[in-house]
Ligand binder design. Structure first.
Ligand SMILES: [Zn+2]
Length: 198
């Protein structure tokens, strides 16, 4: 084996090790910030909203947080991502969020995906997919259309199970609540009926 070949192999191995370490660190960061997004989602659940949460990170710092408040605010615009984007833009004093990563527990809808592209966010990390409304790969992939001048790197499945479980739990609780309410109504109707006079 020639000396230069050996040196080349050693350099390559060192580079691969370095890249692996960077990936490992990014994975750890992704988990850390997704936990923050989950914390936002829990805030939504606490006020009876579908639990979806989002954070935006710039240079290792969270500069925007948001959670779903659509019913509370009676606004289509009150999605977690839109709120987080608004806050991040305020923090950076810029509509461009070019060096930011957006973490969201559920795949963004068409409105939020559009806003992400508009804000030039380079990377999105999402927890679980939304097969019925997701526009980052499920129904459409607005984040990676070659026709647009900006495309977004997507990392998916980070704490995917937790992100999906918080939704499942919310809907299971909601079903129980609605069932109980219905039963109460039926019970009330029965007791309200006039006594049999015969
Ligand atoms: Zn949305």
């Amino acid at each position: 084996m020639s000396r230069s070949y050996e040196a080349r192999m050693l350099r390559r191995a060192a580079k691969e090790k370095e890249e692996e370490e960077l990936r490992r660190q990014q994975d750890l960061q992704d988990i850390r910030y997704m936990k923050e997004a989950l914390r936002q989602a829990a805030k939504a659940a606490a006020i009876g909203e579908v639990p979806i949460g989002c954070v935006i990170v710039h240079e290792g710092k969270i500069i925007g947080r948001g959670y779903n408040r659509r019913n509370t605010d009676k606004s289509t615009l009150a999605h977690a991502e839109i709120t987080a984007i608004r806050k991040a833009s305020k923090a950076l004093d810029d509509w461009r969020l070019e060096e930011c990563t957006l973490y969201v527990t559920l795949e963004p809808c068409q409105m939020c995906s559009g806003a992400i592209v508009q804000a030039r966010i380079p990377r999105v990390v999402m927890g679980c997919r939304n097969p019925k409304a997701g526009c980052a790969g499920s129904i459409l992939n607005l984040l990676q259309m070659k026709e647009f001048n900006h495309r977004v790197e997507i990392t998916e499945g980070v704490l995917g199970e937790e992100c999906s479980n918080i939704l499942k739990r919310f809907f299971a609780d909601l079903r129980i609540r609605l069932k109980n309410e219905k039963n109460e109504k039926i019970h009330k109707k029965e007791t309200d009926l006039p006594e049999d006079q015969s």
